[in-house]
Design a protein around this ligand. Sequence first.
Ligand code: NAD
Ligand code: UDP
Length: 313
Amino acid sequence: MSKRILVTGGAGFIGSHLCEKLLQYDNDVICLDNFFTGSKDNIRHLLNNDHFELVRHDVIQEYSAEVDEIYNFACPASPVHYQFDAIKTIKTSVMGVINMLELAKESNAKILQASTSEVYGDPKVHPQVESYWGNVNPIGVRSCYDEGKRCAETLITDYRRQCNINTRIVRIFNTYGPNMALNDGRVVSNFIVQALQNKDITIYGDGSQTRSFCYVSDLVDGLIKMMNNEINFQGPVNLGNPVEKTILELAELIIKLSNSNSKIVFKPLPSDDPIRRKPDISLAKEKLNWQPRVDIKEGLEKTIDYFSKIINY
Ligand code: NAD
Ligand code: UDP
């Protein structure tokens, strides 16, 4: 049966793929965005679809609509952008989720919150399991994002306990793919853009820090499975690809796959940059029968192909 679904942050990288997929399943989709890091280019191909509606709105302000489901994705996700106006970032997470929870209460909707591996901070448990409480600096440059997302998890859980709202929490690990902005600032898009332009590849630190990269189509499948699961599994659940790579390995792979002449240069490591990150996805496998299918080579090739079409050489 078709549903009316609100996607906040719908013009962003993940949000735009999610809107597209939800439309393919014959839903009506409202895409809400303030275009801070998102772009109309990401959803331009959906604008003529009668089942798609675009609303320019900031989640910090209240919003009212008749909806069945809410995917709350509005929030800058790249360190460069979330640190640009740290106060606004934490307001977006905290006031944004309150407004969406009030909307869920008023319209009796189910709500899925886009949380993050950053709730684990610079983790002392590896790989990260959902039961781990994390190691987060409350006053560092990443705190506006990490603590905002942690508080959003608290609010989601308290609204569930106190107001009986049907909630879902997913902790998303580093995801990449087409529709990342050219100036996004995160590692995959930075390296690909630099490689395609034969510019220096900027590794922060010595490149021994690790991340585990998930292709966006895999993530979107997991998000929809989590929202739709009929066992009423509320999470939090990790969604990510458990194949761990050092940042140096990633740089070398991207140079190779894009046939680039770029050289690697080393820049200072930003403060509080997590040293290791890898999701334990046993829970997602068990409860959602979900695991990623796209390997890093295939995912990077698709992403390189995307950037090669939009880049200025
Ligand atoms: P993104 O920056 O491309 O998308 C965020 C979207 O939210 C943009 O369209 C932006 O304009 C919009 N937005 C920001 N502030 C807003 C506000 N106040 N009101 C309305 N819209 C606002 O980033 P993304 O990678 O697509 O991330 C989407 C969500 O997923 C975020 O909540 C992020 O925290 C979460 N997440 C992403 C990753 C990842 O690896 N991509 C990992 C963990 C969590
Ligand atoms: N990074 C890097 N060069 C860049 C961008 C990022 O070496 O041009 C590093 C960054 O310091 C971090 C890792 O890559 O160790 C992932 O960074 P990103 O900003 O993509 O995400 P996050 O740190 O939030 O996982």
